[in-house]
Design a binder for this molecule. Sequence first.
Ligand code: CTP
Length: 414
Amino acid sequence: MNSPKHILLIIGGGIAAYKSSELIRLIKKSGMTVRCVLTESGAQFVTPMTLAALSENEVHTTLWSLKDETEMGHIQLSREADLVVVCPATANLLAKMAGGIADDLATTLLLATDTQVLAVPAMNLRMWNHPATQRNIEQLRRDGIIVMQPDEGDMACGEFGPGRLPEPPAVLAEIMNHVIGENIVGPNPLEGQPAFAPDQHRPLHGKHVLVTAGPTREPIDPVRYIANRSSGRQGFAIAAAAADAGAQVTLVAGPVHLPTPTGVMRVDVETALEMEAAVHDALPADVAIMVAAVADWRADTRADQKIKKQKGDAPAPLKLTENPDILAGLAKHSQRPGLLIGFAAETQKIDEHARAKLTKKGCDWIIANDVSGDVMGGAENSVHIVTADGTEIWARLPKPEVARRLVAKIVEEI
Ligand code: CTP
C-alpha cells in the first residue's frame, strides 16, 4: 500500500476558519494525515483543541514554543509535508506571503518552505476585488503558489459576490489533484458530495464547455519532435473560469506541466491527430473554445529509430504533411457546438488576419492575440475579440482575468 500523504494546514483568521474542521475531516477520510498551524487571528475563530481533536495531531500556534523547537524545528513542519495548504487565506496573509514577510509561525513556515503551497482565499468581496489583493495574487501565482478562485455567493458580512471560501469538498479535490493522483488510500471522500454549494451563482450550470489548450508535439523519430512555445496557461485559465461558472468542462490538453483546474475533466494528448480525436469524443458541447496552438504540420513519416548523422552528407530533408484543422472541422461537424470560439496567434496585422480566420474557419468568435512579444508562455495576454458584429480590444491583462472576462462574455451570449 502507498504511504499516506501529509498535509500541513495553515488556518488564517477569518470567519471561514470554521470550515477548516470539515476540511480536516475530509482530508483524514481520504487517507492523508494533517497537521495544523493556527495563526493568532485564526484562534479567534477556531480553537486549537478542536483542531487537535479532529486532526489527531498537536496544533502549532507560535514560533516561540520551546517544546516544539526541541522536538521538531518549525522549518521541519513544512518540510515533512507533501503540500502546504493555507485555508482560509485572508487578504492579510496573502499580502504577507506576496511580500515575503515572516512575523509569526505561519508566515515563517511559508517563507522557509520549498514544498508546494496551495492558498484558498476567503474574504469580503471588496477586499478580494481590491487592486492590492489582485496584485498580490498575481505575484503569488508568478512565484509558483497555487491560488484557488474563491466562490461567489452570500457572504457572512451580508454582501454577495466573489470572496467566499470554496466548499471543503472542492478544496479537497484541489488538494488531491496535487498530491494524490492515483495514489488514493481508502475510499473516495468526495463520492456523492456536490463539489459546489447549491446556492451559488453558477450561470453555466448544465452547460458542457470544451476547451483545447497547450501545444501539440509531432514526433520525428523516438527522440525528436516538432512543437511550439505555447504554455497552455490561457486555455487552463479558461477551463478553470468556466468550471467556476458552473459548467461541466472537458479540457483536451497538449503536453504541458500544469495542474488540472478544480472540477475540470482533463484529457491529455500529444499530437494534433490525437487532439482531434479527443475533441470529437467529447461532443456534444454547448461551447467550444479552441485555445491550443496546434502544430500546422507533422512529419510525413515517423522514423522508428533515431535518425543518425551521415558523415559528410547534408542533413536529410524533413518531409512534412499538413495536420487537420480541428477548429474548421468542428465548424462543419454535425454536432457543431452552439458557440464556437477560436484563438489566433498573430505577430502582425492582427485584426485583418483574425477576421480572415473567422470566415475561413467558420467559427463565431476569434480571440486574436498579439504574440509578437512575450505573450506565448507568459503570464499576461493582450487580446482582440473579433466577431461578426465588430472588434473589441481589451487591455493587457493577466491570463486568469482574460479568462474570467471571456467566460462572462460567453454567459451573456448564451
Ligand atoms: N487550429 C486548429 N487546428 C489546426 C490549427 C489551428 O484547431 N491544425 C485552431 C487553433 O486552436 C486556434 C485557431 O485554429 O483556435 C487558429 O490557430 P492559428 O495557429 O492562429 O492559425 P492557423 O490556422 O494555424 O493559421 P496560421 O498559422 O496561418 O496563422
